[in-house]
Design a protein around this ligand. Structure first.
Ligand SMILES: Cc1ncc(COP(=O)(O)O)c(C=O)c1O
Length: 422
């Protein structure tokens, strides 16, 4: 047999053209141009495997979960709990016990803030964050700080977009008062990859809990909660090729055990009296009411889809696209790229400012060419202030994007400058 035929399938080069056929929406035209979808950090498109899994659930198995005696109810319960197991294993956990299904990363982060921190923090305690957090990992902590008297502290972000880790000791940011260390694994604006393992280790060393906002990392590379050593990790299904309306909080089971539920109602109880109730086991005690079963099933299908393609191959492909975008946009006159420069670790996105062209105008110009990017503050207003801008343009990549699409983006950004400077 020829050597090449003997290679395992995952060693074959990643071919985005082949996978594009899995995504029906990519056949669309926008303003009579082929759709170039570069807004993956906001939400990703869905492969047929996910669409079919949701469709199959509703067509064949739809019933409410748990406590059902009838066949469909059992099938739905099995599908839902199998999805939990699959998501747990996708995160490197042994099983699904730490997986709480919620609506999105925002709800997952709020659950930790309200059900863990709100009940434990006291005046003088400290919550350590970074100034590049998405509002979803900032505002809940502000609310909890206001209620408990805890203080918010921030690890500075340097001009290169990296966290200034030496400030942890230099400025006494981390110490016995620190109760929570919460940070994005990958910034949704700068693309900075934070030293998550180190932050989790440092948090543990002072007895603080670590909370990883993995909304922008789980979609792009294998994430292993054991290797990270985190207490909590949050992500959204819709950013990782899964459905909207389903998100995950993974919690170390002993942490989840020690927490009180946030919402009361059906599913989350063991026994209810008129005046009191006892709670179901982890993780069900955090899932009050009817869950998004089809969403969970679709998310499990999305996890299987990226695993079958090979997460490392996807990561390598997206890194190549990001390098191409950094080089191409970096060569455009008047463009300032925010975040780590070439050679530093970076997620699959690039945010930039174009001299004399408002990001909203640019995004509208690109839309006329069928190219979807995002423009705005990206739910990171404090970071915008640090960058000295009110908004940026952002292109973010997914497994189905191609080098030709990045070249189309760069060409259109150049034309936009000429148009707006004419
Ligand atoms: C880093 C980060 N965290 C949290 C979120 C919130 O995600 P969702 O709106 O799905 O809850 C986002 C969304 O863009 C994000 O980029």
């Amino acid at each position: 047999m020829a050597a090449v035929a003997a290679l395992p399938p995952k060693a074959a080069p990643f071919d985005p053209e082949t996978v594009r056929a899995d995504f029906p929406i990519l056949e669309r035209r926008v303003h009579d141009r082929p759709l170039v979808y570069l807004d993956n950090a906001a939400t990703t498109q869905k492969p047929r495997a996910v669409l079919d899994a949701e469709d199959r659930f509703y067509r064949r198995h739809n019933a409410n979960v748990h406590r059902a005696i009838h066949t469909l109810g059992n099938e739905a319960t099995v599908a839902y709990e199998q999805a939990r197991e699959a998501v747990g294993r996708h995160l490197g956990a042994a099983d699904g016990r730490g997986v709480v299904f919620l609506r999105n990363a925002t709800e997952a982060l709020n659950l930790v803030a309200w059900a863990w921190a709100r009940r434990r923090l006291r005046p003088g305690d400290e919550i350590l964050l970074t100034p590049m957090e998405h509002h979803s990992n900032l505002v809940p902590w502000q609310m909890v700080a206001r209620e408990t008297g805890a203080r918010l502290r921030f690890i500075p972000v340097g001009p290169d977009g990296a966290l200034e880790m030496d400030a942890l000791d230099r400025d006494g940011l981390l110490g016995p008062r620190t109760r929570v260390v919460a940070f994005a694994h990958c910034s949704n604006v700068l693309g900075t990859i934070t030293p998550a393992e180190e932050l989790c280790r440092r948090a543990r060393a002072v007895g603080a809990v670590s909370v990883v906002d993995a909304a922008q990392s789980v979609p792009h590379a294998p994430v292993d909660v054991g290797r990270l050593g985190c207490d909590f990790l949050a992500f959204s299904g819709h950013k990782t090729y899964g459905p909207m309306g389903v998100g995950v909080l993974w919690g170390r089971p002993e942490r989840l055990e020690a927490m009180e539920p946030l919402f009361g109602g059906g599913e989350m109880i063991l026994k209810v009296e008129l005046e009191s109730a006892t709670w179901n086991e982890v993780p069900w005690k955090f899932e009050a009411g009817t869950p998004n079963v089809a969403g969970a099933v679709g998310l499990a299908a999305a996890c299987a889809y990226v695993r079958d393609l090979g997460q490392d191959r996807i990561a390598a492909h997206e890194a190549a696209l990001t390098r191409l975008a950094l080089d191409g946009l970096g060569d455009c006159p008047g463009v300032t790229i925010h975040g780590p420069g070439p050679g530093s670790p970076r997620g699959a996105l690039v945010a930039w400012s174009a001299d004399g062209v408002h990001p909203h105008d640019l995004a509208q110009y690109l839309d006329q060419e069928g190219i979807a990017i995002r423009a705005g503050h990206h739910c990171a207003q404090p970071l915008m202030r640090q960058l000295g801008v009110v908004a940026t343009a952002r292109a973010s990549f997914g497994l189905y994007n191609t080098a030709a699409e990045v070249e189309a983006l760069v060409g259109a950004v150049r034309r936009a400058r000429e148009f707006f400077h004419a």
